[in-house]
Write a protein that binds this ligand. Sequence first.
Ligand SMILES: [Zn+2]
Length: 681
Amino acid sequence: MPNPLLQPYDLPPFSSIQAAHIKPAIEQVLADSRAQLAALLSKPPAQWSWASLIEPLDEMGEQLSRAWSPVSHLNAVMNTPELRDGYNSCLPLLSQFSTELGQSQALYAAYRQLADSDQFAELDKAQQTIIEHALRDFRLSGIALPAEQQQRYGELQMRLSELQSKFSNQLMDATQAWTKHITHASQLDGLPESALAQARQAAAAHELDGWLITLEFPSYYAVMTYAHDRALREELYTAYCTRASDQGPNAGEHDNGPLIAEILQLRQELAELLGYANYAELSLATKMADNTDQVLGFLRDLSQRSRPFAEGDLAALRSFAAERGCPDLQSWDNGYYAEQLRQHRYAVSQEELRPWFPVNKVLDGMFSIAARLYGIEVREVDEFDRWHPDARLFEVTEDGEVIGRFFLDLYARSNKRGGAWMDGCRDRRRLPDGQLQRPIAYLVCNFTPAVGDQPALLTHDEVTTLFHEFGHGLHHLLTRVDYPAASGINGVAWDAVELPSQFMENWCWEPEGLALISGHHETGAPLPSELLDKMLAARNFQSGLGMLRQIEFSLFDFELHAQSGTQCSAREVLSTVRTEIAVQQPPAFNRFENGFAHIFAGGYAAGYYSYKWAEVLSADAFSRFEDEGIFNAQTGRDFREQILARGGSREPMELFVAFRGREPSVNALLRHSGLTAEEAA
Ligand SMILES: [Zn+2]
């Protein structure tokens, strides 16, 4: 039996892929790639060209992606122990291969020769960007350093990855090390039934009667938002905010404090080794933002503009709490009274909205929005090789021609990874014989499945998530770039990649957009205006406090990585940032930084600001539609051609300016968030 992962295919042969195929296929492809690479680099031509260097490398990448992409997808959506073993057994092989490429002096020399050649000037802008970015990434992998420093670079990377992994493990251990057993139902008064069921299940898993409160986020969140018992909230808050630290009920047990200090010190050394003044500068080398002053100025500007609204939010919360017998609002009261106030003001729940968002109505409406904006049609394909009965396939056509396809897998089920994401299944690419390979995407969500004979009914949050992932999908599918390194979302800077996705969400908040995507599942009746008004009004509830909170995290992360020379401790930096930004100071025992895995264990170091940065871009891009009509076809075509079609082929600021006619401004985001004088009036 031939290995299906090694056969040519149009769409991945999901139903014939077995766990036993995975490792042999990847080993085979990697062996082939190594042999091809060695052959390619063994007799360098007098002069490297795009066709002699980049095209063969792209072809190698394609072979690997064809074998690996369906495996990685199945591992996420149809996980089994066998599949997971097969998948995991390949990870070290893949990471070793990618290290070999990044460390290959011969490959680096070939890229440099191509960049310095006469041919370079004749390449198009996308090709030049691809070569420049490849050289940049080689340099950032330490390849240009003298041997001794290269060795130190390797040591630093290795130690950092150990420390980051230890940070994450200690945080997990600390999260699991604390639980609270509840034996009287009255202590959990206020919690919704779903949270109580979860707590009962947690207790049963520990062979206890009653309920168990844990520091896992859903449990923590439910108590902090709904529990009437103030002492319980204080106890849980204290345990949660001191995880993995020198404070709180398990003080010193899994303390991440020393790790933070060492991580920061090594990052600084790494940055200096590569010629940067600090780690923030190194982080920006691959991002849209130009320099550290620009990021710091951006965050401080947003902070100053949002502050009066945050103060207003806090005052409203304090007086609401005081009227209900809580005259001294503390950190552990915020979530609780905010939820009470929200219900008091708007009385609308996500559950109430479901009947108006049956899934096929939402999909049809979303596709017709895309048709009006981008001149494309989306239609479903019934016959294809599925990985699960829920999987669906759609074709995107333009002028009768199929320009891309996407898979859709909407519902939560066991053995499927949580959350929602878009992933490339295949990139757009011009083949050496001149034919065009069209892109394919996976769009995956975890929505509530249909119950009984009803169609699946979505909450408005779920609808927004669907639009978000569809926005990423359109970025991947509507690309006009013919080179895989910059087609679709490939090569797009980290702080710009959320622009198309957040941008699409806007249509879920416009009455004209909502009219297209909603209709009662039994009667087809439109969303009642009373519900619509409440939903729109609740959108910006307490948005001033929310904004300042995100700015506090972003500024802390960035200041921490932007200081060179004199080192302050993370604690000191956080405390300075809080004094500057926060309108309410948390208690002194709070050790937020010891649980900030985004920046100490994940990829967000000196990059947490990207969330707000991309929101500014998407809101400002949408504001052109507000000026010119949210269904203005010309504006839609412009967005498609200037942003979606160009992927990573140019610097994101150039693309933004080409679409908007100027650099981004924060005004639209402030207005959409209800943080302008006009909105407050
Ligand atoms: Zn996203």
